[in-house]
Design a protein around this ligand. Structure first.
Ligand code: PEP
Length: 253
């Protein structure tokens, strides 16, 4: 079993209501027991905004952190109908926020806009889970490294506090498709991201880099053999307490 801290982050996407408290309670109970034998895992659930305050106040957990899935590029309060700022998320109980998810990039989010969101989130004292990844078309054209390199360069400022940014490598073609990269591809890509990040931002330590895309309780065994992976961003499977818990258990088997 590895001694390095590993992240298991759920991205609930557009899922859940107040009755979903039972899902998160089951995960919390599991984590409370699990932490007695394993102190090296960190569980974060990124839920819809309407559930952040409800979950964090009902759970009051020291084993699960609550996160959001996006925030506005505008700060604090203002005339932006339907928008929620990073500081509002923080006040409602979130400690993390996912930014740059491909589902939001598809809606038109640019690298520049994502940079503004990261800045706002850090200012609001949220930790950032920053998603990068190539599409199938870009992969076919062997552009994976140039695409993810560009996403890193264009959305992360040198002045950002790097201790508060976690990278999630999510190949777009893998999200929700059941397809995953080959082991050797993953090792190469993770090394590329870590080395580039360290070089670009002159950090002492390598960044934490997670994998996201169709992670489930079967393929987790393969991922667990890749030491470069610091954890997982889990979409569909995190909406079920059983599937999410199984992933964590199998990872450490
Ligand atoms: C995601 O949306 O971040 C994700 C990884 O989804 P899935 O696990 O469902 O592929």
């Amino acid at each position: 079993m590895t001694n390095k801290l590993k992240y298991f982050i759920g991205n609930w996407k557009m899922f859940g209501d107040f009755s979903s408290l039972k899902i998160i309670k089951r995960i919390n109970n599991f984590c409370l027991k699990f932490r007695k034998k394993n102190k090296n895992s960190k569980v974060i659930l990124c839920v819809p905004n309407i559930l952040i305050n409800f979950f964090s106040s009902k759970l009051n957990s020291d084993v699960i952190s609550i996160g959001a899935q996006n925030c506005s590029h505008n700060k604090n309060y203002g005339p932006f109908t339907g928008s929620v700022s990073a500081s509002m998320l923080k006040k409602s109980g979130a400690n993390y926020v996912i930014l740059g998810h491909s589902e939001n990039r598809f809606e038109g989010e640019s690298n520049k806009l994502i940079m503004q969101k990261i800045e706002n989130a850090l200012e609001a004292n949220l930790k950032v889970i920053f998603c990068i990844g190539e599409t199938q078309k870009q992969k076919n054209k062997c552009q994976t490294f140039s695409v993810i390199g560009n996403q890193l360069k264009k959305s992360i400022k040198k002045s950002f506090d790097k201790n508060k940014i976690i990278i999630a490598y999510e190949p777009v073609w893998s999200i929700g498709s059941g397809k995953i990269p080959k082991k050797n591809e993953l090792i190469k890509t993770f090394k590329f991201i870590k080395n580039l990040y360290k070089k670009l931002f002159k950090t002492k330590k390598y960044p934490k880099v997670l994998y996201g895309g169709s992670v489930n309780n079967k393929n987790i065994t393969l991922f667990s053999k890749i030491s470069e992976i610091d954890g997982f961003l889990i979409g569909g499977a995190s909406q079920s307490s059983k599937k999410f818990i199984d992933i964590i258990k199998k990872y450490y088997k």
